[in-house]
Design a protein around this ligand. Structure first.
Ligand code: NIG
Length: 385
């Protein structure tokens, strides 16, 4: 195994309570792990040396919400939205049709292309979902293809297939479909929203998944207030994603729980929804994550830097809050922020997922919005960007 010392770090964001943020720092990686972080003056020797020349270094982005097993695009739908039409959950059916028509190789190549695109921008840990198959065979196929991502979520309950009865389909999802995909996924998610699945259907599916040992996630409160957040908290979901429309009691429930509020600002912009009230969540004490929601319908970007800049410029998050939410927060939403091989943190024992910015501090992510600022990226100790 080769070790590398990254020297000349102008600002090192560790997300570690003891190490904090360091200036004039160094970091040593050995194999796929971080083995040392601290002041440059006391850095140990390593086989190789990388001079960051005063640049900022932070953990790679942890993108905890994407939908990347898909084919086709929805350019026309996007253009229609920009001309005034509203976003409808039913648009998902267009991608379902294109995905079913694609070969395994085409779907895998598309997923790989997007993972590489994200890695080149500093994303080193990515969750992705099924949800554009909606039959037992197609969801199983998607779950197997999705294995290239760090975390795989079963989202058979993404949309009731057009023409089918919602309760009958929900029973299929929590029965035969869950049985088929469970060996290939770590998580189960439900789109709990008007036009998709109601609270009862969502609860039944999530309870069945929990009984099978899967972790839970919920798409909730995206298009209006609704039961998604309360259901996620009630069932101990790791994360409830979107949180665009929250009542005070939703905010209180999140603040009093271990459920992460994962905000998806690129999606809200792309669907012409308001941006979520991050300040209310943070001030109440809720844990907040930021994710891209990269998918061909509601949010076709893999740029976590764009999400961070939006959170700072338009959602009144501080730079530190936004960067932490896009790294440690995403890791927490995937329950991967602690222990050996943790992501979203830079401390001895963490996975060597390192993002060197072409900037002296993370402030530049919002100070220079839209400008590519990734200088170098390591994932599991290997240079990927
Ligand atoms: O997270 N909300 C549901 N699912 C996706 C949208 C997927 C699509 O429109 O294709 C989302 O925004």
């Amino acid at each position: 195994m080769t070790s590398t010392v990254i020297t000349g770090i102008g600002e090192l964001t560790t997300n570690d309570d003891e190490l904090g943020t360091l200036t004039d720092a160094a970091l040593v990686i050995d194999g796929d792990r971080v083995v040392w972080a601290g002041p440059a003056a006391s850095a140990p020797e390593a086989d190789e040396r990388f001079d960051a020349a005063g640049r900022a270094v932070l953990p790679g982005w942890v993108d905890s919400h994407t939908h990347l097993v898909f084919a086709g695009d929805r350019t026309a739908e996007f253009a229609a939205r920009m001309a005034g039409q509203s976003y409808q959950a039913g648009g998902i059916a267009v991608t379902v049709e294109a995905t079913r028509a694609a070969t395994d190789e085409e779907l895998a190549a598309n997923l790989r292309k997007h993972i590489a695109e994200a890695a080149a921008q500093g994303t080193t840990c990515m969750e992705t979902k099924t949800g554009y198959g909606l039959t037992v065979a197609e969801e199983l196929r998607a779950a197997k293809i999705a294995a290239e991502a760090d975390e795989v979520t079963f989202l058979g309950a993404h949309l009731v297939p057009p023409g089918e009865d919602a309760d009958t389909y929900a029973d299929l999802v929590r029965g035969e479909m869950l049985d088929a995909v469970a060996p290939y996924v770590g998580w189960c998610d439900v789109f709990c929203e008007q036009g998709a699945f109601n609270a009862d259907q969502s609860r039944r599916i999530l309870v069945a998944a929990k009984e099978r040992g899967l972790g839970l996630r919920v798409h909730g409160n995206q298009l209006g207030t609704g039961p998604g957040v309360q259901l996620a908290v009630e069932l101990g979901a790791a994360s409830v994603d979107h949180c665009t429309y929250l009542t005070e009691s939703d905010v209180d429930a999140l603040a009093g729980s271990d459920t992460v509020a994962t905000l998806l600002p690129a999606c809200d912009l792309s669907t012409r929804q308001p941006l979520p009230d991050a300040r209310a969540l943070l001030e109440a004490g809720a844990t907040v994550a930021l994710a891209s929601n990269c998918n061909p319908g509601s949010s076709y970007t893999s740029s976590m830097a764009f999400c961070v800049a939006t959170a700072v410029l338009q959602m009144r998050m501080t730079i530190e809050e936004a960067v932490r939410a896009a790294t440690w927060g995403g890791a927490r939403a995937l329950r991967r922020e602690s222990g050996d091989g943790a992501v979203g943190v830079l401390r001895p024992g963490a996975r060597a997922d390192v993002h060197v910015l072409d900037a002296p501090s993370t402030t530049w992510l919002a100070y220079r919005p839209g400008v590519p600022l990734t200088h170098a990226v390591w994932r599991k100790g290997t240079r990927v960007g």
